[in-house]
Design a protein around this ligand. Structure first.
Ligand code: ADP
Ligand code: MG
Length: 258
């Protein structure tokens, strides 16, 4: 059975894309079939997996707004995961979809088409853009769970309430079964009390699970995207790679328990 997770937080720079790329690679290492979907017009996920968006003729934009079969667009990457890539054209998708009936369901529908065509993944990870617009709502509608990466070094959790309001609306109108799997602490510097405090406050204030372990802040992450591989390949034994592998194992345990 496929587990589809949206990685969402309308704040930029909280490690959504890094989390999608790293968890994807970690799940692939464990032998799982993984599809990553780039839903950000900035196409950082696509770029970080070694694909130049400018070289692409077809992208997720064509799937969501022109009804192209996802199988026509999906690319295999060196990290062992498949990718539904984005290009800057996706910036138009929000506007194109706004007047469409059923726009919240476009991603769900595309993933169902894919499954019906016989392409089955164990995991689909949706890399959401830094907004709570149509694409994020469509991702939440397609997902069974949400991971919320949260940067622990600042009070970046101020926006979490808004995200949870959106999750609530999605649950009410388009996806009853949606569950917040938890907050994933990122850019975590465990040496500071401040980071610990931020973390404790968020789980209490919003009554959310915290996914273990926190992802440590390390310079290695800044280097990975330029190589076209995730940190799991570029720095196999780094603290960050080890943390993402452990998170992946915890997610697999949770999926197995379904
Ligand atoms: P988002 O998708 O939420 O905007 P990104 O994944 O693009 O965030 O990450 C933002 C920046 O932070 C990138 O430059 C990335 O390399 C860096 N980064 C992500 N995770 C870490 C980490 N654990 N330690 C250090 N830098 C990180
Ligand atoms: Mg991103």
């Amino acid at each position: 059975m496929t587990t589809t997770l949206a990685v969402a937080n309308q704040k930029g720079g909280v490690a959504k894309t890094t989390t999608v790329a790293s968890l994807g690679a970690a799940l692939a290492e464990l032998g799982h079939r993984v599809l990553l979907v780039d839903l950000d017009p900035q196409a950082c996920l696509t770029f970080s997996l070694g694909i130049d968006p400018e070289d692409l003729e077809l992208s997720v934009h064509h799937v969501l707004t022109k009804g192209l079969a996802p199988g026509e667009v999906i690319i295999e990457t060196d990290d062992g995961v498949d990718l539904l890539p984005a290009t800057i054209e996706l910036a138009r998708a929000e506007a194109d979809l706004l007047t469409r009936t059923g726009r919240e369901h476009v991603i769900k529908g595309a993933l169902e088409d894919l499954a019906e065509s016989g392409v089955v993944y164990d995991w689909v990870l949706l890399d959401c853009p830094p907004s709570l617009g149509v694409l994020t709502v469509a991702a939440l509608t397609a997902a069974e769970g949400v991971l919320v990466p949260l940067q622990c070094e600042t009070l970046s959790h101020r926006g979490v309430g808004q995200l949870l309001d959106t999750v609530h609306d999605v649950r009410r109108f388009t996806n009853r079964g949606l569950v917040v799997w938890g907050v994933l602490p990122t850019l975590y510097d465990g040496r500071t009390n401040h980071a610990r405090t931020v973390l404790e406050n968020i789980s209490e204030a919003y009554d959310l699970d915290v996914i273990e372990p926190p992802i440590p802040k390390t310079i290695k992450f800044a280097e990975a995207p330029a190589t076209g591989r995730s940190i799991l390949a570029t720095n196999r034994r780094s603290k960050g790679a080890l943390a993402y592998r452990e998170v992946a194992e915890n997610l697999v345990r949770r999926a197995d328990a379904k």
